[in-house]
Design a protein around this ligand. Structure first.
Ligand SMILES: *[C@@H]1O[C@H](CO)[C@@H](O)[C@H](O)[C@H]1NC(C)=O
Ligand SMILES: *[C@@H]1O[C@H](CO)[C@@H](O)[C@H](O)[C@H]1NC(C)=O
Ligand SMILES: *[C@@H]1O[C@H](CO)[C@@H](O)[C@H](O)[C@H]1NC(C)=O
Length: 204
C-alpha cells in the first residue's frame, strides 16, 4: 500500500520535528490518556485546540513542549509563554498548571501543587497575552531528590464570568493540595479545551 503524503502534511510534519510542538489534538488526547492524566486530575479531557507552551532558555531557542516530553529541570525556569492553535475565539482564557505527583508519583500526598494559575488571557493571533498578573505566578518544577519524574500539566479553559470574582484562591493561598477539577467546577470553567504536559526529573 502506498501512503500518499501531500505537501502541506510533509511541511507540517517537518515543522513539528524541527520545533517539537504538538500538531495533533488526537495525539495530545492519547498522550494524556496514556499518562492517566484525566483519571488522576478528575477531568474530562476532550480537547478542541492545541495549547503551545514554550520555555525560554538562557541561550538558544525556547523549548516548545509536546505532550509527555521530558525536559531537564534546569531548562524549566520559565516563565512559559502560551499560544493557542484552533478556532477558539478571542477569549478570555484561563491557564492552569498542576503537578499531581508531589512529592512522589507513588505517594502524592501534597498534590496537586499549583504551578501556575492565570486568567484574562486574550488570543491575539494565536498568542495568549494576559494583561493582569497571574493569581499564582509560574513556579519552576522542583521534584525532590530520589523522586521519579513528575508530570507538569498545562490546561487551557474558557474563562467564566465567575472566575473574575472568585475568592477561593488568591496569591497568598497555599499552592499545595490544590484540586483543579474542584476549582474549575466551583468557578464554572467547564472542561479544559486544550492542554499539554512535560515530565521533569530531579537533577542527578
Ligand atoms: C543550569 O542553569 C544555570 C543558570 O541558568 C547554569 O549556570 C548552569 O550551568 C546550568 N547547569 C546545568 C547542569 O546545565
Ligand atoms: C486568600 O485566600 C485565603 C484562603 O486560601 C484566605 O484565607 C485569605 O483571606 C485570602 N486573602 C485575601 C486578601 O482575600
Ligand atoms: C478533587 O475533587 C474531586 C471532586 O471535585 C474529587 O473527586 C477528587 O478526589 C479530588 N482530588 C484530589 C486529588 O483530592
Amino acid at each position: 500500500m502506498y501512503i500518499s503524503w501531500n505537501l502541506p502534511t510533509i511541511a507540517l510534519t517537518l515543522a513539528a520535528v524541527a520545533l517539537g510542538q504538538d500538531v495533533s489534538i488526537r495525539a495530545v488526547e492519547k498522550a494524556f490518556n496514556a499518562a492517566d492524566i484525566p483519571t488522576n486530575l478528575n477531568i474530562v479531557f476532550k480537547p478542541t485546540a492545541l495549547l503551545e507552551v514554550s520555555l525560554p532558555q538562557a541561550t538558544g531557542r525556547p523549548i516548545t513542549l509536546h505532550a509527555g516530553i521530558q525536559v531537564p529541570r534546569n531548562d524549566t525556569a520559565g516563565p512559559p509563554t502560551f499560544n493557542v492553535v484552533g478556532n477558539v475565539g478571542r477569549g478570555p482564557f484561563v491557564v492552569a498548571t498542576v503537578d499531581p505527583d508531589a512529592p512522589t508519583p507513588q505517594a502524592p500526598t501534597e498534590a496537586q501543587i499549583r504551578h501556575f494559575l492565570g486568567g484574562n488571557f486574550i488570543n491575539e493571533g494565536g498568542r495568549l497575552v494576559n494583561s493582569t498578573p497571574a493569581i499564582s505566578e509560574f513556579l519552576q518544577p522542583t521534584p525532590p531528590a530520589g523522586s521519579d519524574a513528575h508530570r507538569y500539566i498545562f490546561l487551557l479553559f474558557k474563562q467564566s464570568p465567575q472566575f473574575a470574582t472568585q475568592t477561593l484562591i488568591n496569591s497568598t493561598s497555599s499552592i499545595e493540595l490544590f484540586n483543579i477539577s474542584q476549582f474549575a467546577s466551583a468557578v464554572g470553567l467547564g472542561n479544559p479545551i486544550a492542554g499539554t504536559f512535560m515530565r521533569v526529573a530531579p537533577p542527578s
